[in-house]
Design a protein around this ligand. Structure first.
Ligand code: C2E
Ligand code: MG
Ligand code: MG
Ligand code: MG
Length: 286
């Protein structure tokens, strides 16, 4: 009977749509309180050179919702991006990560993800500059990760902001490389400092297409004099392949999961035993 009036399908999905929209609205509302109520935190995932030495950490946002528990960034970031919340959250992550890294005895780098929304509002370079000054973090220790989404809408404006950022002395990494529509042309329009091969390629190492693509991206990096880091490295087989292909750096569960920074104290040089520090290497050094 529902089908007969031609709107049956729509009607069938309505309750689910409703539920989904309601949940989104609720999350958006809850997210507003998340910063002030200290429900947001940052976990840190190590990045290592192919020989196994940790060179820095990527800051990844976490939201511990009071009733729903952990909500992944892939869910709440898009919601934050629909309002000015992403500006506020992005600013918080940036300051917090800079402050954290500035406290490390070893001068390791910290990578912070930027949302396209942060490029469209306000003075991003001014914000980053003040975060560096206030926290005392050396600019060359900060790496900003952007995805193609930053470049899609207004390429000229994005490039001008990226140039201002680079002029501060920090590095810009192209995240999730290879998953967008025209990553190659973006490499032509801005002098990135690093390419992050997306984990979808790494996951499929062993399939000839993925291996060929990774090989090509590493070759591209060599040609452009750009370091390449592979994301999502989970197995020693994947690491062996990346080592054979002379990939520069790796990040993934094999090196270390995203964790509270206190779990990584030994890499940071907080352990006052320097000799021990020299031996600190992730599981991959073999
Ligand atoms: P991303 O920047 O590409 O971060 C890498 C994601 O891969 C992280 O997911 C990380 O936990 C996950 N990952 C790392 N190693 C492995 C591995 O070996 N295997 C697998 N299966 N996954 C691995 P996460 O933390 O859920 O973050 C997802 C995305 O959310 C990030 O992708 C980034 O786009 C966004 N994001 C996270 N934090 C922030 C932030 O502070 N600001 C912005 N704008 N975006 C953020
Ligand atoms: Mg990233
Ligand atoms: Mg990525
Ligand atoms: Mg991603």
């Amino acid at each position: 009977r529902a089908k007969a009036d031609g709107r049956g399908t729509a009607r069938f999905f309505e309750p689910q749509m409703d539920k989904w929209l309601r949940e989104r609205r609720e999350l958006q509302r809850d997210l507003q309180a998340a910063i002030s109520q200290q429900q947001l935190s940052i976990v840190y995932q190590p990045q290592a050179n192919i020989g196994g030495d940790v060179t820095g950490f990527e800051a990844l946002l976490r939201w511990n919702h009071p009733t729903r528990g952990n909500i992944p960034p892939t869910v709440f970031i898009p919601i934050a991006e629909e309002s000015s919340l992403m500006i506020e959250i992005g600013e918080w992550v940036l300051r917090e990560a800079c402050r954290e890294a500035a406290s490390w005895p070893r001068k390791l780098s910290v990578a912070v993800n930027l949302s396209p929304v942060q490029f469209k509002h306000g003075d991003l370079a001014g914000l980053v500059k003040s975060a560096l000054i206030e926290t005392g973090l050396e600019p060359e220790r900060l790496e900003l990760e952007i995805t193609e989404g930053v470049l899609i809408d207004d390429l000229e404006r994005a490039i001008s902001t990226l140039s201002q950022l680079k002029a501060l002395g920090l590095r810009i990494a192209m995240d999730d490389f290879g998953t967008g529509y025209s990553s190659l042309s973006y490499l032509q329009s801005f002098a990135f400092d690093k390419i992050k091969i997306d984990q979808s390629f790494v996951r499929n190492i062993g399939l000839s297409q993925s291996s060929a693509i990774i090989r090509a991206v590493i070759g591209l990096g060599r040609g452009l004099n750009l370091p390449i880091i592979a994301e999502g490295v989970e197995s020693t087989d994947q690491l062996a392949f990346l080592t054979r292909e002379s990939c520069d750096q790796v990040q993934g569960y094999l090196v270390g999961r995203p964790r509270p920074i206190s779990d990584y104290a030994k890499y940071l040089g907080h352990a006052n035993d320097v000799e021990q520090l020299a031996r600190v290497r992730p599981a991959i050094s073999a």
